[in-house]
Design a protein around this ligand. Structure first.
Ligand code: KG4
Ligand code: ZN
Length: 336
């Protein structure tokens, strides 16, 4: 059974995973280690690229050793090495990529350049035996992407964000109201018990016939609401709940329309924002009502991790589709 080692270093997480699997069988994650840089970037309210790449280069080697140890695997047992080749920060991508290529080259094993978005997209299916035709919604800090998936590698883009990504909107609104980075989990926590109907924030492009998204109007609307408060802290739960609901409404309604119009029977969510419990519940409700199967990633696979990169790599490795060592990294690597 092939063993894959994958590295993810596209942004502010250094991650290494080892996974094995065979066609028609569930892939098994033997180890998935993540070294988060959140505390490093927190004082700046966002990711500082130079700090991120410097930290990747410090952390990566010991993290590879820990991951091999956790999996109980010796490096020469690995059959192929994968790394995220984009999209992401160039200086961060280079660190993980160079390491994966170096290990593959030294051991005479194949190398796989993986699209980070494909990693997210396939993450709900890591523990299934196959990837069925479905509508996929990737909602992360950098992307909001709605796709029709026929099979691994066969993707049709239906829509994407015209401005901020869903996670970016969470992060920017959090910063505006004084909540720490990353904004998503902090907004979710603050919204618990808040009144989601209190503020009628705009639902961008909701009634347009296309499947594109826009969150910048929503963000501006939150900004204009702030000066009206004497005591912002007291209003925060309602404000966060109303903002979160506006994002959820748009994502749910557009995705469900895509499911209906394409006559698909399954919808899959991936990316950091899909960790949001209110969002998961809203999607589950909508899917139950329409008789649609909802596939969610395991929470550990929602935010950036290397197991999803290893799984995307495994599917390609099983098809014998490897990449040359001079494959470049690509900060804007498109998925379709
Ligand atoms: O997928 P991810 O780890 O990184 C990218 O590839 O961008 O997603 C990170 C994003 C951040 O914007 C973060 O605020 C958001 O996911 N996020 C959440 C939650 N947890 C993380 N957004 C809403 N609710 C959450 N619970
Ligand atoms: Zn990501």
């Amino acid at each position: 059974m092939p063993l894959l080692l994958a590295i993810e270093s596209s942004c502010d997480e250094t991650a290494v995973a080892i996974l094995h699997g065979e066609r028609g069988e569930k892939a098994v994650i033997l180890a998935s280690e993540i070294s988060s840089q959140i505390p490093l970037h927190q004082p700046y309210g966002g990711v500082v690229p130079e700090l991120a790449s410097r930290n990747h280069s410090l952390i990566l080697r010991p993290l590879v050793e820990t991951t091999l140890e956790m999996a109980g695997i010796c490096i020469d047992q690995i059959d192929a090495f994968a790394a995220t080749a984009g999209p992401g920060l160039a200086s961060s991508l280079l660190i993980g990529n160079t390491a994966a290529k170096a290990m593959a080259c030294a051991l005479g094993k194949p190398y796989l350049a993986i699209n980070h978005l494909e990693g997210h997209l396939l993450s709900p299916f890591v523990s299934s035996t196959h990837v069925p035709p479905h509508i996929a919604l990737i909602i992360s800090g950098g992307h909001t992407l709605l796709l029709r998936v026929e099979a691994p590698g066969r993707y049709e883009k239906l829509g994407s964000t015209l401005d901020d990504a869903a996670g970016e909107a969470f992060d920017k609104v959090a910063k505006m109201v004084g909540l720490p980075y990353p904004g998503g989990p902090n907004i979710e926590r603050t919204a618990v018990g808040g009144n989601a109907q209190r503020f009628a924030f705009p639902r961008g492009l909701l009634h347009e016939p296309h499947f594109d998204f826009s969150f910048s109007g929503l963000k501006t609307s939150v900004l204009y609401t702030l000066p009206k408060f004497q005591n912002l802290d007291a209003e925060l739960p309602d404000l966060c709940a109303s903002f979160q609901q506006a994002v959820i409404d748009v994502l749910v309604q557009k995705s469900m329309r895509a499911v209906r119009e394409t006559d698909m029977k399954q919808l899959a969510l991936s990316g950091g924002v899909s960790l949001n419990r209110a969002l998961r519940a809203a999607f589950q409700n909508a899917c139950d009502k329409d008789g649609i199967e909802l596939s969610l990633s395991d929470p550990a696979l929602c935010t950036d991790n290397a197991a999803m990169i290893a799984f995307a790599g495994l599917l390609r490795h099983l098809d014998g589709r490897h990449d040359p060592f001079d494959t470049p990294i690509h900060p804007n690597l498109p998925l379709v």
